[in-house]
Design a protein around this ligand. Structure first.
Ligand code: SAH
Length: 229
């Protein structure tokens, strides 16, 4: 990765503190911690947010969206354990930061966002890092990306009132998915495992607050403020 010099002296100290924070949150897997070392989060964020880039918090990225909290993304990785044989579908490219972390761990990453501006910026940043195993699409991720299914891993980075059936259908044998499900204000993080026709669901985190998934099988994009049912 990295055709550009990675700045970096200014930010590497902050990044190490973030990694320490992720470690103390309970993620001790060295391979995961090294991913956070390798990918400079600030370069995926608007420049005005760089001073906060290594805080363990969600960060605004424009279009009323936020980049997710890094320790939560580390939790995703520690549970889903992507390997170089895995094909991943990500719903909610956003900044492209998690996309990059996944690209360095998996065989291929397919990532969908409904906001063209975010997808374009993510593409440019991923290109800067010479990451080539990512395909991006602008569209409604609640219908998945059937053409490249089945997926070993599906990650949904926006809150949904329920688990879209299309995503369950596109999960391969032994596949696993994480998705925040609940109301617009508060969700539980659900892990879905597929073994043959058996779909097993468990709650892995009780209370989180993601931005809403807007689409055909989630909340209506025409009325983004309407309460979920
Ligand atoms: N993992 C990203 C999270 C971005 S926030 C990051 O850390 O940067 C969630 C993203 O989901 C937003 O970019 C939003 O535009 C996108 N989104 C919301 N509804 C969507 C849908 N139906 N299909 C695809 N993306 C969607």
């Amino acid at each position: 990765m990295a055709t550009k010099p990675l700045e970096d002296i200014e930010f590497s100290g902050y990044r190490r503190k973030l990694i320490e924070k992720i470690r103390t949150s309970g993620i001790e897997d060295l391979e995961i911690l090294q991913l956070f070392e390798r990918v400079p989060r600030h370069l995926f964020l608007p420049q005005s947010m760089w001073p906060r880039a290594y805080e363990d918090t969600p960060i605004p990225i424009g279009y009323s969206q936020t980049a997710s909290q890094p320790s939560l993304q580390a939790l995703y990785l520690s549970i889903l354990k992507p390997t170089i044989n895995d094909t991943v579908l990500e719903i909610g490219t956003g900044s492209g930061y998690l996309t990059a972390l996944l690209a360095l761990s998996a065989d291929r990453v397919y990532s969908v966002d409904r906001v063209r501006g975010l997808s374009a910026k993510a593409r440019a940043t991923l290109d800067d890092f010479n990451i080539k195993n990512v395909a991006l699409m602008v569209g409604d991720g609640t219908i998945g990306w059937r053409k490249f299914s089945p997926f070993d891993i599906i990650i949904v980075s926006a809150a949904s009132p329920s688990i879209p059936q299309a995503l369950i259908d596109q999960l391969g044998e032994g596949g696993r998915m994480i998705i925040p499900v609940g109301s617009r204000e508060n969700q539980s993080l659900i892990l879905v495992n597929r073994k043959k026709e058996n779909i097993h669901q468990e709650v892995i985190l009780d209370s989180c607050a993601f931005v809403p998934l807007l689409g055909r099988f989630a909340w209506s994009p025409e009325h983004p403020k309407q309460p979920g049912t």
